[in-house]
Write a protein that binds this ligand. Structure first.
Ligand code: LLP
Length: 420
């Protein structure tokens, strides 16, 4: 990932050619800042490794669904992985093409299926027999055949946080490996479905390649059985999940990850099949930061607190997963460093952004919270009636507002009181 997209120049953090200080002054805080160059570089790491091979990238929209972010990827020719018709609408509004969209998710509504079928998505990643039934009925009602893959649960341990590991038997996702072959037979017999591929997603923030190789081996074993039953499998979707460096993690290089998987599939004699990747975090995570200002420094008997203007409603990951995000002053200063818990103004003890951080700061200082480009703004809420932050994309020396800061009046504009 392009670390240099967010680098210090003369002691001041810059996003590409624009200083964080001027961004904060112009657009206010808390502020999500994305780098077009970093988004491009991360996407191209996948695309270049796929070039000349039967491999395709579908960016996971859930990690960052801002239209400008999706548009950067669409202009580069990306496909997209969606989990709702809302995400499909965003992809289309951002210039993406439905025929390059795969539709994942464990609980698709009939109306969502109808919209995606009408738009002409490439594939539905289906997770259960009732979902196959529903999709078959929806497709019949509009006289179409729906292209499907089954999301198979390969039961491998991705060695990540339990909340974001999805491929174990105990998870709600996918068709159990032991039932997959029979479920494929059921799917193949449905008149308005066309089986086209096989899919898995084993988890997120995975920093090793080996769980993927294990998952692929299990999928290939199944592919051979499904084809022996007379159903052709045209593509293998290996899901998303490659991790990024938040702290000291050392995930494999994206190009090496892609190459290793493709080579492995080829070596197993399946090189003629298409391979899909669904990266989210690894294409957007380190292409974004969250800028926040220190409201107060509050020394305590046991802990010192730096109370900042961003909170758990802006960046939920620390509160939800005890996730680590690097935090630094955006302007390096010559003041004494102290250890702080960096916390927000929300009325919950769980509202923290960083714990036990050594920071040389004073009230009023600007801080940068790194790695906020994935699962940042998209997971934000209006808890405590806090308007959601603005989002800005930097492109070389210019900054563009790509989502305006919400206003308080917007937050209850759809509400009403009882009559009388
Ligand atoms: N494909 C499917 C079917 C997925 O469920 C996901 C993520 C992805 C692709 C993209 O995975 P990635 O490359 O981003 O790891 N909110 C959590 C992460 C949840 C991930 C859910 N699925 C977090 O903030 O860590």
């Amino acid at each position: 990932m392009n670390q240099s997209a967010f680098a210090f120049v003369d002691g001041v953090l810059h996003a590409e050619g624009v200083s964080a200080v001027s961004l904060a002054e112009q657009f206010g805080t808390p502020l999500f800042v994305y780098s077009r160059a970093a988004l491009t570089q991360a996407y191209e790491a996948y695309a270049n490794a796929c070039a000349g091979r039967r491999a395709f990238v579908h960016v996971a929209v859930k990690a960052n669904s801002n239209l400008a972010v999706l548009n950067v990827f669409a202009r580069l020719g990306a496909g997209f992985d969606i989990v709702s018709s809302g995400e499909l609408a965003r992809v289309l509004a951002a210039g993406g093409k439905a025929e390059n969209v795969v539709f994942s998710g464990v609980g698709k509504h009939a109306e969502e299926m109808r919209e995606a079928l009408a738009a002409g998505v490439k594939c539905f990643n289906v997770e259960s027999i009732p979902e196959l039934d529903r999709l078959n009925a929806v497709a019949a009602s509009i006289g179409k055949k729906a292209p499907v893959s089954l999301r198979v649960n390969p039961d491998v341990d991705p060695k990540t946080h339990p909340y974001i590991s999805t491929g174990l038997k105990a998870n709600k996702f996918g068709v159990a490996f032991s039932e997959a072959r029979a479920t494929y037979r059921t799917a193949a017999a449905m008149p308005n479905l066309e089986v086209v591929g096989i899919d898995c997603h084993i988890g997120s923030q995975i920093t090793e390649i080996s769980p993927y190789l294990d998952a692929v081996d299990k999928l290939l074993e199944l592919v051979e059985q499904i084809e022996a039953d007379g159903t052709a499998i045209h593509h293998i979707d290996v899901g998303g999940g490659l991790g990024i460096t938040y702290d000291s993690e050392t995930p494999p290089d994206i190009g090496e990850f892609v190459k290793t998987l493709l080579d492995h599939i080829e070596a197993r004699g399946h090189g003629f099949r298409n391979v899909f990747f669904e990266p989210g975090r690894s294409v957007t995570g380190n292409a974004g930061v969250l800028l926040t200002r220190v409201e107060f420094l509050k020394p305590g008997e046991e802990k010192n607190f730096a109370i900042v203007d961003a909170a758990m409603n802006d960046l939920a990951r620390p509160a939800m997963y005890q996730a680590f995000h690097a935090i630094e002053p955006a302007v390096k200063r010559e003041v004494a460093a102290q250890v702080y818990d960096v916390v927000g103004p929300v009325c919950e003890s769980g509202d923290w952004l960083g714990r036990d951080r050594q920071l040389a700061i004073e009230a009023g200082d600007l801080l940068v919270i790194r790695s906020a480009g994935a699962y940042g703004f998209v997971m934000s809420s209006n808890y405590n009636t806090r308007p959601r932050a603005a989002e800005v994309m930097v492109d070389g020396g210019s900054a563009h507002v790509v989502r305006a800061r919400e206003k308080v009046r917007d937050l209850f504009s759809g509400e009403s009181v009882l009559p009388g």
